[in-house]
Design a protein. Structure first.
Ligand SMILES: O=C[C@H](O)[C@@H](O)CC(=O)C(=O)O
Ligand SMILES: [Zn+2]
Length: 274
């Protein structure tokens, strides 16, 4: 079963006026991982699409998605898949890949229908593409590892870059996940924006009762989303994206837009935030 929800692009002046319920309706992705279903959020931020596929005993195929009006979803798109569940298998273009927890799969434009099987909980990210790059399974050891932060500032973390220019080529997608070192709680502080690229965070590996206080909004108009395990925050180009967890967490960041330069960020120091 496939269900798709559309999220329109929100102007920052509109976002300032929103209460909790509206902020969550526009910027939070809840219930993406439902057993036996593929659930997608088709956004108008660079037409970036995110979602979840949970096979739960029977294979699930991602093929035609009405919103794109193409013969198959990947006809003019690339896809990044992260398995945040148990062992699973993904098949496309007559090939298949065994995916363990934390493995990332890149499927290039034109890969055709994609089938998900096994105990995997597959996080899906997709953006329009202009050429085909080879399909590739990327393991944590193949990722580019960047250590950031310090225990004194409670933000010691490891940024694992998977779909990233130092590892492989892609059209728009840049994707990886950041693991917090035990005892550290803050991600992406100092915060940043990048008007050239939108971004989405998918928080996972959290205890069910834990929450991340995710900060969003223009740097001088911050708002927050209280986020549970396996929920996503949509970050428009004008928004910061940063958070502090009550307990441990990992988050998948994925971006699409005008460049694939991960370091192209406009930093905002804590003293400038409001
Ligand atoms: O544009 C890059 C993204 O916001 C994240 O990769 C940042 C991040 O993982 C972190 O600082 O912890
Ligand atoms: Zn960012």
């Amino acid at each position: 079963m496939l269900s798709v929800e559309t999220r329109h692009a929100i102007h920052p002046e509109h976002a300032r006026t929103m209460g909790t319920e509206e902020l969550r309706r526009h910027f939070l992705g809840e219930g993406l991982f439902a057993p036996g279903e593929i659930r997608l959020i088709y956004t108008h931020y660079d037409r970036f699409t995110l979602g979840g596929a949970v096979p739960d005993g029977a294979p699930l195929t991602l093929d035609k998605v009405e919103e794109t009006r193409t013969a198959t979803f990947l006809e003019r798109r690339e896809l990044g898949v992260v398995n945040i569940g148990g062992p699973g298998k993904v098949s496309a273009s007559g090939e298949s890949w065994e995916m363990g927890r934390g493995d990332v799969l890149y499927l290039g434009m034109g890969a055709g229908p994609v089938t998900f099987e096994g105990e995997g909980r597959f996080y899906l990210t997709s953006a329009p593409a202009h050429r085909t790059f080879p399909n590739r399974l990327i393991k944590l050891e193949d990722a580019n590892r960047v250590e950031l932060g310090a225990a004194e500032t409670s933000n010691k973390r490891i940024i694992n870059q998977f779909i990233h220019p130092t590892v492989m080529e892609s059209c728009q997608l840049v994707l990886g996940y950041t693991q917090l070192v035990e005892g550290s709680v803050w991600n992406t502080m100092p915060a940043h924006t990048h008007d050239r690229r939108m971004e989405a965070y998918l928080y996972w590996g959290m205890a069910p009762e834990s929450r991340v206080m995710h900060l969003m909004g223009e740097p001088q108009e911050t708002r927050h989303l209280v986020i549970a395990n396996e929920e996503a925050a949509l970050s428009p180009p004008w928004s910061i994206h940063s958070g502090a967890g009550i307990g441990g967490y990992t988050f998948i960041w994925a971006m699409a837009g005008d460049n694939v330069d991960y370091t192209d960020m406009d930093f905002v120091q804590p003293a400038e935030l409001k």
